[in-house]
Design a protein around this ligand. Structure first.
Ligand SMILES: Nc1ncnc2c1ncn2[C@@H]1O[C@H](COP(=O)(O)OP(=O)(O)OP(=O)(O)O)[C@@H](O)[C@H]1O
Length: 226
């Protein structure tokens, strides 16, 4: 369980997260949606221990960040490290003995190629593979479906279901509503650094319709396309 109490994050004078209160249970998948700049990534970075903030992030774990795998939107890799070395490095950080990495290469990545030369989608798949092999208890996935091919998206969707079935806690941000609807137990709508709503599965279709109406509205007609 992860409990966030009165989490506030400022960059300089700008409040990016404003007194967030949320609870995440194990064995559940949570979606975080909101427009660009709403604060999703910042929230994830705070939970992963990468940012300073005021408020509290409590968990069942002695040190949450040691049990948490964070998938960033654009994973970064140093220039002279292969995919295999990256996976090994992350496993070493958790003292995990990895045997036969090849058989666990679920996205068939070219593991002996430098990771920095991978395509955008390949980088994301490598970063995801590495955090999965770390045997984390909590997975924080920032736009995991973005830039990844259709087959891999199907794999990622099934992986998320498997993580739920094995009692992990999974947080996902996405702009693709259908992928969230398929995997999430609850979706939080974040706006201007505040949690506007918590939506349960039975109300997902209402949320989607509402977001569509709100997002599209009259904008396109205003263009007067001929
Ligand atoms: N390092 C930083 N310094 C200053 N402001 C920042 C920094 N990182 C993020 N912000 C600001 O914090 C706000 C929230 O950004 P964040 O990246 O969390 O949004 P997001 O919801 O993840 O957006 P997106 O959907 O585009 O990924 C934005 O206004 C952004 O400009």
């Amino acid at each position: 369980m992860i409990q966030i109490k009165n989490l506030t994050k400022k960059y300089g004078q700008k409040t990016v997260l404003n007194s967030i209160n949320i609870k995440f249970e194990k064995g559940k998948v949570y979606g975080i949606v909101g427009e660009n700049g709403a604060g999703k990534t910042t929230l994830f970075r705070c939970i992963a221990g990468l940012e300073k903030y005021t408020g509290e992030i409590l968990s069942d774990f002695e040190i949450l960040k040691n049990r948490l795998g964070l998938l960033l939107t654009d994973p970064f890799f140093f220039s002279k490290i292969t995919g295999r070395e990256y996976i090994q490095l992350l496993a070493n950080a958790r003292q995990i003995q990895l045997n036969d990495i090849e058989s666990k290469n679920l996205f068939n990545l070219p593991l002996d190629q430098y990771a920095s030369t991978y395509s955008t989608g390949m980088k994301k798949k490598l970063a995801l593979t590495a955090i999965l092999l770390q045997e984390n208890q909590v997975f924080v996935l920032d736009e995991p479906f973005n830039g990844v091919d259709i087959q891999s998206n199907l794999v990622i969707t099934e992986l998320i279901k498997k993580l739920k079935a094995t009692e992990k806690t999974v947080l996902i941000s996405s702009h693709i509503f259908s992928t969230l609807a398929e995997t999430c137990d609850e979706i939080f709508l974040i706006k201007n650094g505040e949690i506007l709503r918590k939506v349960n599965q039975k109300d997902f279709s209402d949320l989607e319709a509402e977001m569509k109406e709100f997002s599209i509205g009259d904008r396109i007609n205003k263009l007067e396309l001929k």
